[in-house]
Design a protein around this ligand. Structure first.
Ligand code: ADP
Length: 500
C-alpha cells in the first residue's frame, strides 16, 4: 500500500503530546510490514535542532490561503532507524516560530491560515511528486481540512484517482474552532458551511470537517471510540460521530520499546525482565526500588509499598481524586509516594505543602524529566492514574511493561489495557492491575486499599500480576497491523464508491 501520513507533530522533530509519538512510531512499523509510507509535517524552527538533519529539496509551490497567495517549499529527512521519508512544509512566516501552536497560553491568531496552508501543501506536494497514495492518513484538527480538499478539489486529478482518507482523533477536546469569517481562508465553497459539514454552532470546526469528509475515522482506543459517541465525552461532536459510527473504530497506541524496555533501559539502576520466581520476586526491580527510594530521599525499606505518579498536573488526570486520597494516606497508611509532574499552579502549591509536612513519606519533583520518569516506572510498586477521560494513555502501559501495577479509572485506553484483579482474572492469570468506575476519591481510596492488601498479604499473587503485565506485547507491532486493516477497509470503501 502507498500511504501518506500528515501530522502537525512527529517524534523526533517536534512534540507536544501523544500525537507526535504515534506519527513517529507507526510509519516505521508500517514500513517493516512492507508498505510504502511518506510523512508530512510543518517545518517548525525546532526541526533544525533534531537528528537526523533536515535537507532541502527543489520542490516549491504557491497556494491560495483566503485571498492571498503564499509560496512554500519542501525540506526532507528520514525517521531514525528507517527509510521513511519525512517532508517538511516550509513557510518562514507561518512555521519559523518558537512554539508549535501558540505562546503565553494563547493560540497563534493565524492558526487557521497556518494549517490551511499546511493541508494544501500536503496535497499539492502529493500532486507534484506524483505519489498516487492509496490512503492519506490525517491526524487531529490541524489536518482535518485534507479529506475535504481531496473530495472537493483534488478528486479528478490523476494523482488522487484512487485515494481514500482516514482521520485519527487523538483527543476530541481540541477541535480547531474558528470564527465563521475564517471559512473563506479554507478556499472551500461557502455551501459547505452548514451544520452537517463544516459549521459548528456558528463557527468553523476543522476536526468536524475531517470527521465528516474522511472515508474512515479512528481514535486511539476502542473504549474511547465508544465514549465519544455519548454526550459526556462527545465534546459536542457526539451526534456527528454517531452518524458515522459504521466508519469509526478504536486502535490502541503501542509504546516505543526501543526507549521503554526494562531489559535494555539505560536510565535505571539495574535492567530486568519478566523471567523471575513468583515466590521470590524480581531482583532487578527490587534494586530499582531501592535506588528510587534513595533518590527520592525516602527510607530504603524493601517491604513498604512505593506508589508512583508521573504526569501532567491537569484536571484530566484526576488530581481532584488523588489529592484527598494522598492526604489521607500520608496521615495513616504505611506507604511511600513518589510524584513527578508539572502543570496547573494550584496543584503545585498543594503538593509542595504536603511535601513539606511529610518529607519522609512523599518524594516530590515538580518539573519534567524523562530519565526520572523511567526510574519511577522501574522502581515503584504501584502507579496511580485515575483519569477523568483518557483517549489511550501511555503511562499505564509503561508501568505494566516495567512490572509496576497500575491503579486506574476504567475509562478510554485505561479500560482497554488494564485487566482488573478479581477472583476470576487472578485465577485465569489475566489480571495485571486494579481499576474502578466511579470518579470519586472514595472509589480510588477503596481500590488502592484493595491493591495494598494484595501487596502486603498475598505477594506471590501480586508477583503474578507483575509478570502478566510484563509479558504482554505493548509494542507498535499489533497496532500497526490493525491500522493496516483499517487502511484496507478505507480503500475498499473508496473503490466501491468508484463503481457506484
Ligand atoms: P498525556 O499525553 O495525556 O499527557 P500519556 O500517559 O498518554 O498522557 O503520556 C504522557 C507522557 O508524558 C508519558 O510519556 C509520560 O512519561 C510523560 N510525562 C508527563 N509528565 C512528565 C514529567 N513531568 N516528566 C517526565 N515525563 C512526563
Amino acid at each position: 500500500m502507498k500511504i501518506v501520513l500528515a501530522s502537525s507533530e512527529v517524534v523526533p522533530f517536534a512534540k507536544t503530546g501523544g500525537l507526535a509519538d504515534v506519527a513517529g512510531a507507526l510509519p516505521r512499523e508500517l514500513e517493516k510490514l512492507g508498505h510504502d509510507i511518506v510523512v508530512f509535517m510543518p517545518a517548525y524552527r525546532c526541526i533544525h535542532r533534531a537528528e537526523p538533519a533536515v535537507e532541502s529539496t527543489p520542490v516549491e509551490f504557491v497556494l491560495p490561503v483566503g485571498n492571498r497567495v503564499e509560496a512554500g517549499r519542501l525540506l526532507f529527512s528520514k525517521l531514525p532507524d528507517s527509510q521513511v521519508t519525512v517532508f517538511f512544509v516550509e513557510h518562514s512566516h507561518y512555521f519559523d516560530r518558537a512554539q508549535l501552536y501558540g505562546s503565553g497560553g494563547n493560540d497563534y491568531e493565524d492558526n487557521c491560515e497556518r494549517f490551511t496552508f499546511f493541508s494544501r501543501a500536503v496535497l499539492e506536494s502529493i500532486r507534484i511528486l506524483g505519489l498516487n497514495p492509496d490512503v492519506v492518513h490525517v491526524n487531529d484538527w490541524q489536518t482535518g481540512l485534507i479529506p475535504a480538499l481531496i473530495k472537493c478539489e483534488y478528486r479528478d486529478h490523476p494523482s488522487f484517482e484512487n485515494t481514500s482518507s482516514l482521520i485519527t482523533i487523538h483527543n476530541l477536546a481540541y477541535q480547531g474552532i474558528f470564527e465563521r469569517e475564517k471559512m473563506a481562508v479554507t478556499g472551500l465553497d461557502g455551501r459547505y458551511f452548514n451544520w452537517r459539514q463544516m459549521e459548528f454552532y456558528g463557527s468553523l470546526n476543522l476536526l468536524k470537517t475531517g470527521i465528516v469528509f474522511a472515508d474512515s475515522i479512528n481514535t486511539v482506543s476502542p473504549t474511547y471510540a465508544a465514549e465519544i459517541q455519548q454526550r459526556e465525552q462527545g465534546c459536542g461532536l457526539e451526534g456527528v460521530l454517531q452518524d458515522r459510527r459504521d466508519r469509526l473504530s478504536g486502535i490502541l497506541n503501542g509504546i516505543d520499546v526501543s526507549e521503554w524496555n526494562p531489559a535494555t533501559d539505560k536510565h535505571i539502576a539495574m535492567t530486568f525482565d519478566s523471567d523471575f520466581d513468583l515466590n521470590v520476586g524480581n531482583r532487578g526491580k527490587a534494586k530499582c526500588k531501592h535506588a528510587l527510594q534513595v533518590e527520592a530521599k525516602l527510607d530504603p525499606d524493601p517491604d513498604v509499598p512505593l506508589i508512583g505518579i508521573v504526569g501532567r498536573l491537569a484536571t484530566q488526570k484526576g488530581w481532584s481524586l488523588i489529592l484527598p486520597v494522598l492526604k489521607a494516606f500520608l496521615d495513616s497508611v504505611a506507604a511511600q509516594w513518589v510524584i513527578l509532574g508539572t502543570g496547573e499552579p494550584d496543584y503545585h502549591h498543594v503538593l509542595a505543602s504536603l511535601h513539606r509536612s511529610y518529607p519522609d513519606k512523599l518524594g516530590l519533583t515538580l518539573g519534567f524529566s524523562n530519565e526520572y520518569a523511567h526510574r519511577i516506572e522501574a522502581g515503584a510498586d504501584l502507579f496511580v492514574m485515575p483519569s477523568q477521560y483518557e483517549p489511550c494513555g501511555l503511562n499505564q502501559m509503561y508501568s505494566m511493561a516495567y512490572g509496576t501495577i497500575p491503579i486506574v479509572r476504567k475509562t478510554g485506553g485505561l479500560a482497554d489495557t488494564v485487566v482488573n484483579a478479581t477472583h476470576e482474572t487472578t485465577d485465569n492469570g489475566t489480571a495485571n492491575g486494579f481499576s474502578f468506575d466511579e470518579f470519586t476519591p472514595a472509589a480510588l481510596q477503596a481500590t488502592l486499599a484493595r491493591a495494598l492488601r494484595m501487596y502486603n498479604e498475598h505477594r506471590p499473587t501480586w508477583n503474578q500480576l507483575v509478570q502478566s503485565g510484563m509479558k504482554r506485547d505493548w509494542s507498535w507491532n499489533s497496532s500497526a497491523r490493525q491500522y493496516e486493516e483499517v487502511y484496507r477497509r478505507t480503500m475498499l470503501r473508496e473503490s466501491q464508491r468508484g463503481h457506484q
